[in-house]
Design a binder for this molecule. Structure first.
Ligand code: SF4
Length: 248
């Protein structure tokens, strides 16, 4: 049964970005609520199911209608968008307005993504890969179903939809060996696009996590990653310049 997108819990709107859906001028809708509690999460305000300053769906669609012909796409990010019962209804409305759609997900809602793919609602999917499965609970503080994560990868590859897997690296949470184990899994699943994101210190959920001042991975690890994926990206900072040059 069709539900009302007005029930979508929206915690924020970023009017303009070129980063969150590569190659597209996009707006980002941040949904409220998440099933995980990643220690490095800096979106703590989006984690509860409610917040005092949420935006109405009407205000989002009014914003988008004013920018038809200028904005090319809408990114649903969070929080975890797929945890929202009306996400697909909201996506249908956005497609009807003429925008492409990207989804950022933590990867544990394959049924939602399968339905969205079957309706051709999605043009890009970014999936956070937090840790080797046996270490997920230590990093995300929640139990997970690894089979769901695997099913999502199979769906994305079978559908041929553009996608990127990405991992935030804090050396206190993930080792180079963890990353290579994760890369093995991605390659087995025939995922061709992988990004490493260096932990950025700020309002991390786990306040005991220290800033990462050195390079987050060894040059040899980056070299192997670059050679294994069709599209490999390192999102780091100035302190990684030297290591970037070594693997260039
Ligand atoms: S980083 Fe983890 S806890 Fe934070 S919004 Fe993403 S999945 Fe949820």
């Amino acid at each position: 049964m069709k539900k009302c997108p007005e029930q979508l819990l929206v915690g924020g709107l970023q009017p303009l970005t070129m980063i969150d859906f590569p190659g597209r001028l996009s707006s980002v809708v941040f949904t409220q609520g998440c099933n995980l509690r990643c220690r490095f999460c800096y979106n703590r305000g989006l984690l509860p199911d409610t917040a005092h300053d949420m935006l109405s769906w009407k205000s989002i669609t009014d914003f988008l209608k004013d920018r038809q012909g200028f904005i090319e796409a809408v990114v649903f990010s969070g929080g975890e968008p797929c945890g929202q019962s009306v996400l697909l209804d909201a996506m249908r409305e956005v497609r009807e307005l003429g925008f492409e759609i990207a989804l950022h997900t933590n990867g544990f809602f394959p049924a939602v993504v399968e339905q969205a793919l079957s309706e051709r609602l999605l043009q890009f999917v970014a999936v956070d890969f937090k840790a080797p499965f046996e270490r997920y609970e230590a990093v995300t503080r929640q139990s997970i179903v690894a089979a769901d994560f695997g099913r999502l990868a199979d769906l994305l590859v079978a559908a041929g939809v553009k996608h990127e897997y990405r991992t935030t690296v804090h050396p206190g949470l993930l080792s180079d060996s963890d990353i290579m184990n994760m890369a093995d899994w991605l390659c087995e699943k025939k995922i061709g696009s992988y990004a490493i994101q260096k932990f950025k210190h700020g309002e991390a959920l786990d306040a005991t996590l220290q800033p990462v001042t050195a390079a987050c991975l060894q040059p040899a690890t980056l070299f192997k990653l670059r050679s294994r994926f069709t599209d490999f990206t390192l999102r780091a900072d100035a302190s990684d310049d030297a290591i970037l040059q070594k693997v260039a």
